[in-house]
Design a protein around this ligand. Structure first.
Ligand code: NI
Length: 256
């Protein structure tokens, strides 16, 4: 069994195919999925999907590209929804200096605020870090976020940075990039992350793994991510599936 710990299947492009996609995921051995929030306008739909489908879980948070939607109301909604039994974490939150460097200070402020909300609610954080490794790490360290649990989602750093994160107690989530032929860094990371710190994800509809690279991603394809990591580490698919599923259950408190 596999868990897709980060998938945006609440997005409009899956509106008409949602059940089909869940069914296909199941056929591929992906039994549970976690849908992270990106801004307050999407929270309600995530809650609705969580309530409608047993194997769907969610998170709420404001993505660094959406920091302008983080106001008092957003903050209250996040705190309120975190009490929902199927909302497992706060996310995705973090820093993104690739898309927008004009609001670095604001991104940092809002990231830190949300980490503190997570700590208060005793829920883990799903962290988006794109070209912002140093600042992301500093905020997580300063706030002692490891005590509440940290997932470095779609990890894009070096093997050295991965080990720094591991030492700090964070989890590393890997997705379709590890299957890309030229993704040397990601493959290296996939080899060295201790098995008890590794999580799988798709980040659908983006980051589609080989052999479907270029097409729309979906939770079923987390299977290809697991297979590639197993190949890279020279261990069985089952071993990767078992370890990553257990890690997700432990950290996110997903019931059996
Ligand atoms: Ni994402």
């Amino acid at each position: 069994m596999l868990i897709d710990t980060h998938t945006h299947i609440d997005s409009d492009e899956f509106k008409d195919s949602f059940e089909e996609i869940l069914k296909k995921a199941n056929e591929y051995g992906v039994e549970k999925v976690v849908i992270p929030g990106v801004n307050p306008s999407g929270f309600k739909r995530i809650i609705k999907l969580c309530e409608q489908y047993d194997n769907v879980y969610g998170a709420v948070g404001v993505h660094p590209e959406d920091v302008n939607t983080f106001d008092e109301n957003a903050q209250n909604l996040i705190k309120e929804y975190l009490k929902h039994k199927k909302i497992l974490a706060i996310g995705e939150i973090g820093l993104d200096y690739y898309w927008d460097k004009s609001q670095v200070e604001k991104q940092k402020e809002i990231f830190e605020k949300q980490v503190l909300i997570a700590i208060e609610a005793k829920k883990p954080v799903l962290v988006h870090d794109r070209e912002a490794h140093q600042d992301t790490f500093e905020i997580l360290k300063k706030t002692k976020a490891k005590e509440t649990g940290v997932v470095m989602h779609c990890f894009s750093g070096s093997p050295e940075f991965a080990m720094e994160c591991i030492k700090e107690g964070f989890y590393i989530a890997l997705g379709g990039v590890v299957t890309f032929k030229n993704a040397k860094k990601a493959k290296e990371v996939a080899k060295i992350v201790p098995l008890d710190r590794l999580l799988l994800e798709t980040d659908a509809p983006y980051m589609t793994p080989v052999p479907y690279r270029g097409k729309t991603n979906e939770p079923a394809y987390v299977k290809f991510v697991a297979q590639e990591i197993a190949n890279l580490r020279n261990i069985s698919f089952e071993e990767i599936a078992k370890a990553t599923t257990q890690n997700a259950k432990n950290l996110l408190k997903i019931p059996d």
